[in-house]
Write a protein that binds this ligand. Sequence first.
Ligand code: DOR
Length: 462
Amino acid sequence: MSRFGSIADTPATFALTGARLIDPSSGTDVIGDLAVLNGRIAESTELPPDVSRVDATGLIATPGLCDLHAHLREPGMEGAETIATGTRAAAHGGYTTVCAMPNTDPPLDEQARVAWVLERARDAACRVRVVAAATRGREGERATEIGELARMGIAGVSDDGQAVASGRVARGLLAYLGPLGLPLIEHAEDPGLANGTVMRAGPIATRLGLAGWPPSAERTIVERDIALAEETGGWIHFTHLSTAAAIEAVRRAKARGVRVTCDVTPHHLALTDAWVAGDRGFAWEEPAGVAAEPFGTTVAPRRAYDSACRVNPPLASRADALALLAGLADGTIDAMATDHAPHPPERKEVEFAAAAPGMIGLETALSLGLAAVAAGCLGMLRLLEAMATTPARLIGEERSLRPGSTADLVVFDARATWRVEAAGLASASVNTPLLGMELPGVVRLTVASGRITYADGLDTIN
Ligand code: DOR
């Protein structure tokens, strides 16, 4: 039986015994016990004798996951998601913090709207940080009141859904944000190259007759913004990068000391453009079906043009997905972020080119990451660093399993599998091409700010 709690609940006290404790903040990976007393990590000797004890043999305990990029859809699009449902999805996926993106209706471009979201999130199932709009109305012209918004604890600013199209405006934002220690979170996509396209350009787009998105759409904005960050000293963070060329540009800029960070989504790492033609093989698997033979006879007719696979930026070519995995493994890519983008059926169950771009991700991100680890694409410690401690550090949060720290953690079974089914998801939307698939990694317990926000099958915990 699973249950959800909130960050406003009573702080928890319990003990886990025999867990594999992985703490990327100290590089440790040991089998041991974990004591939580009144919401803080404690020494086992401090616990009262009658404390709830849970046998965690075979389970991994690690700092709570932090998502730099999620669409919670409030205000204005509550049919797709709410702060309540989106944060429950987060807790189910092992997240203890999510950053809510500002492309709501109205957008989060002024203090009162940011305050409204923060107020509604006070008793949510995880902490919510707001990424405020970079420009008023997300129109790309006039900056929002960034100084005031910074005082409210925003995680950064972004016009996500689109890039800050004007280099002049992006330059001004970076110059202003730099001294505040906040990033411009850029959706790197040149509208002139991307408008009207619906999937990654390449042989599969050609085969399907769909308008192709060229990788240069991403690279040109990445190169531009790196130049602007270098010139102004501002902090540029690229979100949901999807091309090898962009990663290479970031790699070179980091080597020069530019203040640049970036994230990648689980779907750009694990899925490929062949999914649009009906394939269901992960990027690291031996190509079969359309991926192996784009002009063969192998398009899966029942699943081809599945609008659940429409996402922006579009699913990458296999070569680029493998470059993203390598960039995540070597640290060029700092973090994994979900771009959880819920949409209601009426916006998704339409022809491919008419469908809203986006897929949900909070409940499947850890599973896709674990599948990549199982395939040998990256190490477990690096995955958890990229999903928990590094993104937390980027937004000024602490994560550690050391005694004295706030208990903020996830306990999961990396070997158990689960079937992704609509009825089992906490999100209000079910737009993911992973429905029906069996994935590794089952979250058993999530503890955010010392409170149990999700528990499954560990019912002796109080
Ligand atoms: O696929 C996407 N969906 N990409 C974006 O940039 C926006 C997002 C959304 O809000 O649905």
